[in-house]
Design a protein around this ligand. Structure first.
Ligand SMILES: NC(=O)c1ccc[n+]([C@@H]2O[C@H](COP(=O)([O-])OP(=O)(O)OC[C@H]3O[C@@H](n4cnc5c(N)ncnc54)[C@H](O)[C@@H]3O)[C@@H](O)[C@H]2O)c1
Length: 346
């Protein structure tokens, strides 16, 4: 198959692109930045997908794309708290999705969309969240809003124009290709980086319990979805793709410290504004429809992630520098550490 992957220079895009190549597919990437980890594994167009482009069926923004069979739309501003501080980026996410949908509509291409567990909000009402319980009245953050908007566009295109889709709701994907310094705001690589350097770390949310998904499990699920959607076997479904188990973020931090063999200096603060503090996915639909079978529990995933991180760092010693967190924060933004208000009305 020929697969167009947007966001192909990101964490999931890089892992997915390599996996699809291994499986014998052709990959065409689109991203606004160069891939920080792999060179020329597949052709990649550097393009900003968030522009306001006139309709053009050959590709987005008047650029002629190669013929493809299916689109995987991963490109997004993917950091929750960054979008709370900079809500215009949430709008850009919606514009990117709109552009990709218009392209898919013009070429009659099926699409896989990367949504998030964020669409469930922070409601603490369920043991395991199945796909039916998402409720936009609980939109937790502007990032969540951008994913809900993306899903809504997808469903409306299916109804109005016969779009074929799969929506995947990911949750805390971690593992290789998530450590680029400029954007190191993902929590597990940030902890690894800091603990390796003997720096203190902060866990926002003592009891924060999340469903951490090792990237190989995530990519395995997407690859299964691509095959199922392309063959017409599974069409127009929304599916949780996670490990299916809750773990405290504090435990993840401790596992990283243990793996690195360091005494961690961990402080605990209240969760940040807009964050989900409890989520455990019900992945039975993915199991039933796609034979999805996540295999990497958190302790094993952290073992592999830390091993990869150390190997990468050994080959790139210049990256052993202090991280300026929230580099994209501008004056006037909500300060980092802004406390969550009382959750009235939940
Ligand atoms: N990683 C997770 O834990 C997780 C969880 C839930 C949902 N998701 C979603 O999955 C998708 C992939 O996530 P990821 O972890 O690989 O994120 P990532 O940030 O590593 O990758 C996203 C990529 O999109 C690109 N991009 C951003 N704006 C763009 C633009 N205007 N034009 C072109 N490219 C642009 C970025 O350059 C980046 O390479 C995202 O949509 C994200 O919201 C991820």
């Amino acid at each position: 198959m020929r697969v167009l992957v947007t966001g192909s220079s990101g964490q999931i895009g890089t892992n997915l692109g390599l996996r699809l190549l291994e499986q014998g597919h052709q990959v065409f990437g689109v991203d606004k930045r160069l891939n920080p980890w792999v060179d020329n594994a597949y052709p990649t167009l550097l393009q900003d997908l968030a522009g306001h482009y006139p309709a053009y069926t050959g590709g987005i923004g008047g650029v002629e794309y190669p013929e493809v069979d299916l689109v995987v739309h991963l490109a997004a501003h993917a950091k929750v708290h960054q979008l709370v501080r900079q809500p215009h980026r949430a709008l850009e996410n919606a514009i990117m999705t709109f552009n990709v949908l218009e392209y898919a509509r013009g070429r009659d291409l099926p699409i896989v969309f990367s949504s998030s567990r964020e669409v469930y909000g922070d409601v603490h009402r369920f043991e395991g969240y199945d796909e039916t319980v998402a409720d936009f009245a609980f939109t937790e953050s502007t990032y969540s809003a951008s994913k809900i908007a993306g899903e809504a566009f997808i469903y409306s295109y299916a109804r109005c124009y016969g779009l074929r889709y799969l929506v995947f709701r990911f949750s805390n994907v971690y593992g290789r290709f998530d450590n680029d310094l400029q954007r190191m705001v993902r929590v597990l690589p940030l902890f690894t980086h800091k603990l390796l350097r003997g720096e203190p770390i902060t866990v926002y949310g003592e009891d924060k319990t999340l469903d951490f998904t090792y990237v190989d499990d995530c990519v395995d699920g997407i690859a299964r979805g691509i095959e199922a959607l392309a063959s017409g076997r599974v069409v127009n479904e929304t599916i949780n793709l996670a490990y299916g188990q809750g773990n405290r973020l504090l435990r993840a931090a401790e596992l990283i410290a243990a793996e690195l063999g360091v005494d961690a200096d961990i402080s605990v603060e209240p969760p940040l504004l807009g964050e989900v503090t409890h989520y455990v996915a019900d992945v039975s639909k993915a199991r039933a429809l796609l034979d999805y079978d996540p295999r990497v529990p958190l302790d094993e995933g952290i073992h592999r992630s830390v091993a990869w991180f150390k190997e990468w760092r050994a080959a790139h010693p210049a990256e052993d520098i202090a991280i300026v967190e929230d580099q994209d924060r501008a004056a006037g933004d909500i300060p980092h550490g802004f406390k969550q208000p009382a959750s009235a009305g939940r």
